[in-house]
Design a protein around this ligand. Sequence first.
Ligand code: ADP
Length: 488
Amino acid sequence: MNLKDISLFRKNCLIDGTWQDADDASNFPVIDPANGTELCSVPNMSSVETQRAITAAKNAWPTWRKKPAKERANILRNWFNLIVANADDLGMLMTREQGKPLAEARGEAIYAASFVEWFAEEGKRLAGDVFEAPQTDKRIVVLRESIGVCVAITPWNFPAAMITRKVAPALAAGCTMIIKPAEQTPLTALALCELAVRAGVPPGVINILTCDIDRVAEVGKTLTSSDIVRKISFTGSTEIGRLLMRQSADTIKKLSFELGGNAPFIVFDDCDIDAAVEGAMQSKFRNAGQTCVCANRIYVQSGIYDQFAEKLAARVSQLKVGNGLEKGSEIGPLIDLAAIDKVQDHIADALSKGASLLVGGKSVEDEKLGYFFQPSVLVNATQEMKIAREETFGPVAPLFKFETEEEVIAAANDTEFGLASYCFSNNIKRVWRMMEALEYGIVGVNTGIFANEVGPFGGMKQSGLGREGSVYGIDEYTELKYCCLGGF
Ligand code: ADP
């Protein structure tokens, strides 16, 4: 691993302030998706270590919550500075274990740091309330307190940002944390924890457990059934979200979920076509199409359909596919073979139902060892195709043709998902109508990128519960306590 600071290449887990292996010495490999080689192995933790982490987080909570918010903020501020200072190394770890191009990976490190900076500031502004009581002999005070032991279960597509977006508000509010990163991308997570220790996060306040796909159910069960764990923040598939919700029912945990999406990207005749093409490129092909807010269905109004398709295909055919370490690489590998299979299945299904390919459509032949797929554009996509109903999570842009605003609103909302949506139009009244009509937690208007620490990120319907980032994100880690003072 080519790092400036090789001590960030952590291969064990942090529990109660010490770096530990699995008690049974079990571990599992971390694979480079660009060539299928093993980078290293990390501990395969079980319920035993999970229980230990829960106890550590429980014991650390009373002291951490009682620290002045300003002190917690200072530690988070240190963490922010360290993440920024080590962004190159964090980017390198991400590119190696996840595949995204180096520049994009470094960008994610900075994006991840922005949540730490933001919540270091927000933590100092947490406040309760005082209300006028309906009786003269009473006083009403509302305290805002930290929830307690929290768990973050995170996905592989944003190995750094999905962790800081959960851990930073939790710590700022006075909670302690157990992180369970995705089995594909533990190294970035472990490096972030190493930096947290250097920043001064006390033992037990942040703990991390890595485990493979065979042990994740056991670890997940231990976390969800624990009386001590009060909150689970999960980003991942809707299927696992449902499972975690069911498993958390017995202990009535607080939950924040950021689940699957099926983002519509709507392009009206009255938009700036070049801006819409650019937006589609950014939204669809970032991280090789592997984000939950990637445009999944691109609806283009009939008057500009052909022109848009032609321009998009021209841009897509220029994208450089390759190992994320190579200079100029824009599309890295997909995460694994199953991801390639899904993309291929969606394309085959679309072609069999009348769509046609303008560009791409195949896995990349000369990169056989890695999981590369050609960025692709499909025209004549329809609602009956799998690509319209399921999240493709790959570099395929299917173009659907529509005539009227009413028709496209109905099609866009015809899904159980409701995370991100996009709309391109220069008609302010139409834009406003679309913002109101789209049943999505996020509406990007004339832009393909909206993710930052300031806007609330989250979904409606089966795309999730709660919001991350923003002034609202810290609420997910606090409880309100109503105190009624009588006898005045
Ligand atoms: P994806 O399909 O994108 O990999 P998943 O929902 O399977 O998304 O994974 C997201 C996160 O949830 C990962 O950290 C994964 O290890 C974790 N996970 C998967 N299954 C379980 C489970 N049964 N209990 C707890 N966590 C799980």
